[in-house]
Design a protein around this ligand. Sequence first.
Ligand SMILES: Nc1nc2c([nH]c(=O)n2[C@H]2C[C@H](O)[C@@H](COP(=O)(O)OP(=O)(O)OP(=O)(O)O)O2)c(=O)[nH]1
Length: 147
Amino acid sequence: MTADDSHPATLPDDARVVVGGALLHEGRLLAARRSAPPQLAGRWELPGGKVEPGETPDAALVRELREELGVETEAVGRIPGAWPIRPGLVLHVWTVRLLRGTPSPLQDHDALRWLTPAEADTVDWLPQDRPAVAAAVHLLAHGSAGG
Ligand SMILES: Nc1nc2c([nH]c(=O)n2[C@H]2C[C@H](O)[C@@H](COP(=O)(O)OP(=O)(O)OP(=O)(O)O)O2)c(=O)[nH]1
């Protein structure tokens, strides 16, 4: 056995980042219901997706929200934390401001809901999204989120 054998097989820094957007607008948070794959369909998440190689997380978020929802947005700031999705994939979440357009479920989702803080627990969130959703709702409820 060498010293290297004690290293974990997968270092956390190797994980591919999925960025989720907490889109905050007029006192509400946007929740999106996944339409695929079958094991995730029907669960609610923050719209977003995988950061591509060479792409910054905020650029990935703006791209994904344009593709999935048909809106122009701006990433405002990262919600502290990183939540494992499955081996090799980790969720980061940013608050996002709506610049132009009305979100539509164009891709990956079959329903959208704008939730007030009081309604935030009324949808079946993917479990790994819950801490970031709670933090986003806290920002909304305390009036420190723009939009
Ligand atoms: N988009 C998004 N994905 C999430 C969230 N929470 C969570 O566990 N996931 C999982 C679901 C998927 O397994 C994975 C993201 O995959 P995706 O299908 O949305 O990403 P993508 O659009 O870049 O997909 P693709 O290029 O591989 O088709 O992360 C979330 O809040 N938003």
